[in-house]
Write a protein that binds this ligand. Structure first.
Ligand code: GDP
Length: 635
């Protein structure tokens, strides 16, 4: 968010003892010191003319501060408003007073004033028709042992009322708390790994990431990963600087390190809010929650509660007595009892719903996590669901999905390789090459990253989404899938799990030992010059049992298909004693007297090949097709 654009000839700002924004580090302090000629007046509160309706951002501009700061002050006065919302005079004047001004209303004609006062409800929410603000969904991220779990617990406990304490325990993977009448949903699986694994499945549950950094430790490798993963997802970050109760806490060091990793804190004129907390002593929790609402307001999260529900599976299990149970997060619309719910390629009817406190619900609105009973199978975590009004709609949606899955449409175009990218850049379809860079040692990262980012052409640029040292992990692969990026390893290899996942998802992992080769391949890819290599992919095998002569039309082999399938028109080679003796295409395929397109394992058929007659009993016919594959790819 841009800093204030200045006061445009408004009264100069008094020096204000309250929450200071000006920082010695800030290159562009949001609050400039008053000009010399007005300093003598600084003790008197300068007047400011405030319109009767003004947006939060405009008010920030008027008062020489940021929209975030205005939102915070509004909240202190009980008004929740996002950056583009209009607030009335009373709310705006209260903020102006807080900031040391003497507000006065803009004069208006009497008639208009009457009309306006009827209109100017607090924080006039003018969302698109049907769209209302929904609670933010929050994930806690950060380095191991920095206090993610403790913070989740502290937040949960801070909101448990006396009547609930001991009586009700949360039993699903998310919970909701209420702060100043606003709800916030917390996902109970902390860490960026789960967050990105979900994104790799195409589901983004999280709206805001809380980055926990231990004040006695600092920015660590997983802190950096969390920052990169949240950024790649476009999810705003709020920093919880934890363990401030510890005598060894060093807040200044933490702030500086965060700055080095591109998080420009609010106190330096940026838009990243940092809240000091102690999960152990339960300090700063309320402030953290209030600031989360500020970030949520800025993010302007909307949903239409009247829509059929859609959302994401966040947990699923098979209960021995209740059958498949899934915890889902409603992202849009309202999920109701008896709704048909389609997940993946199956559908069921919502038989019962329970909230995080185990209470039965009849309906669940936007951002509500609920446990759902009634699905026929256990869905995968991260899968999206859609509710429909009746069986017919649910059935046709499932049919459509099955067909798509069979034709391979559902997964097509998810991940891609460096040479595919190269041809897409050549075709002008792609402007940015996303790279995840892993190296053996920390010291190699910066030089390689610099060289890569300098390889800009007019057509495309490189963006290193994440870099780090160590093996290529499953989390890296998930990030690559979620961001349509490729992975480059320098003197490092993929973990076995990462290799398997990359194969399944079609992610290109390239490993280099020579920097020149690495840079050169990426340079060629950017210039659209990297040509994909064609590789043979075997489709099936058949054994020749008999050979028939067809006179002038040559010979036909009677074969039995052992595995896979043979296709008419497809490529095939004849293997004798394991060695190829011929390669051409299948010209005829007959099952009894019928011409067939394809013959699968377990069947016998007659087969003719283009320009080849020298079949012998015992030969193997290997059917194959050619695919474009990356050269140098290891995964
Ligand atoms: P996680 O791995 O990020 O989930 O971290 P945990 O929540 O498990 O906390 C790691 C350790 O730090 C535990 O021993 C906690 O008791 C401790 N811890 C967490 N928060 C605080 C805090 O605010 N102050 C202090 N002194 N210790 C804390």
């Amino acid at each position: 968010m841009p800093a204030s654009t200045g006061r445009r000839g408004r009264p100069s700002r008094p020096s204000r003892p309250s929450r200071g924004r000006a920082s010695p580090r800030s290159a562009a302090p949001v609050t400039p010191p008053p000009p010399a000629e007005t300093q003598t007046e600084a003790l008197a509160r300068p007047n400011v003319t405030v319109p009767r309706a003004i947006t939060v951002q405009q008010l920030g501009n008027l008062l020489g501060t940021s929209g975030v700061e205005v939102i915070k002050h509004l909240m202190r006065h009980g008004v929740i408003a996002s950056i583009n919302r209009v607030v009335n005079y009373d709310a705006a004047a209260a903020v102006a007073t807080d900031l040391g001004f003497e507000p006065e209303p803009e004069p208006k004609a009497a008639k208009e004033a009457v009309a306006e006062s009827a209109e100017a409800a607090p924080a006039l929410a003018k969302a698109a028709p049907g769209q209302v603000l929904r609670p933010p969904v929050v994930t806690i991220m950060g380095h191991v042992d920095h206090g993610k779990t403790s913070l989740l617990d502290a937040i949960r406990q801070s909101k448990v009322t006396d009547t609930e304490a001991g009586g009700i325990t949360q039993h699903i993977g998310a919970y909701q708390v209420e702060v100043k009448g606003q709800k916030i949903t917390f996902l109970d699986t902390p860490g960026h790994e789960a967050f990105t694994a979900m994104r790799a499945r195409g589901a983004q549950a999280t709206d805001i990431a809380i980055l926990v950094v231990a004040a006695d430790d600092g920015v660590m490798p997983q802190t950096i990963e969390a920052i990169d993963h949240a950024r790649a997802a476009g999810v705003p970050i709020i920093v919880a600087m934890n363990k401030i109760d510890k005598p060894t806490a060093n807040p200044d060091k933490i702030k500086q390190q965060l700055g080095e990793h591109g998080l420009v804190l609010e106190e330096w004129g940026g838009d990243v809010i940092l809240v000091p907390v102690s999960a152990k002593k339960k300090q700063g929790i309320q402030e953290l929650l209030e600031n989360l609402l500020v970030v949520a307001e800025l993010a302007d999260l909307k949903s239409d509660p009247n829509h059929h529900a859609e959302g994401i599976v966040i947990e699923a299990e098979l209960d021995s007595s209740k059958g498949p149970i899934a915890t889902v997060l409603v992202k849009n619309g309202t999920l109701k009892l008896s709704d048909r719910i389609v997940v993946g390629e199956s559908w069921g009817k919502v038989k019962a719903m329970f909230n995080d406190k185990g209470q039965r619900l009849k309906s669940a609105g936007p951002s509500t996590p609920v446990e759902v009973m009634g699905l026929p199978t256990v869905p995968a975590v991260g899968e999206r669901f859609l509710a429909t009004a009746d069986d017919k709609e649910a059935r046709s949606l499932v049919d459509k999905r099955r067909k798509e899955a069979l034709s391979g449409h559902a997964v097509a175009g998810r991940a891609f390789s460096l040479d595919e990218l190269s041809s897409q850049i050549r075709a002008g379809q792609v402007k940015e090459l996303g790279i995840i860079l892993k190296t053996d040692v920390q010291g190699s990262i910066e030089p390689i990253k610099d060289s890569l980012e300098r390889l800009k052409t007019e057509e495309a640029a490189v963006r290193v989404i994440h870099s780090g040292s160590g093996n290529v992990s499953e989390t890296d692969v998930n990030l690559a899938v979620a961001s349509r990026a490729i992975i480059i390893g320098f003197n490092t290899r993929p973990d076995p799990g990462a290799r398997k996942l990359a194969e399944a998802e079609g992610v290109d992992i390239r490993v280099y030992t020579i920097i020149y080769d690495l840079i050169e391949d990426v340079r060629k890819a950017l210039a659209g010059l990297l040509e994909p290599k064609l590789v043979d992919v075997v489709d099936g095998h058949a054994e020749i049992r008999q050979v028939f002569s067809m006179g002038k039309r040559g010979k036909i082999a009677g074969v039995s298909v052992n595995d896979g399938a043979l296709r008419r028109g497809g490529l095939a080679r004849v293997l004798r004693g394991g060695a190829p003796v011929a390669e051409s295409s299948v010209t005829s395929l007959k099952h009894f007297k019928e011409d067939v397109k394809e013959m699968r394992a377990g069947f016998e058929c007659g087969l003719g090949m283009d320009k080849f007659n020298d079949f012998q009993v015992g030969d193997i016919v290997e059917a194959f097709h050619r695919e474009k594959r990356s050269a140098g790819s290891t995964a």
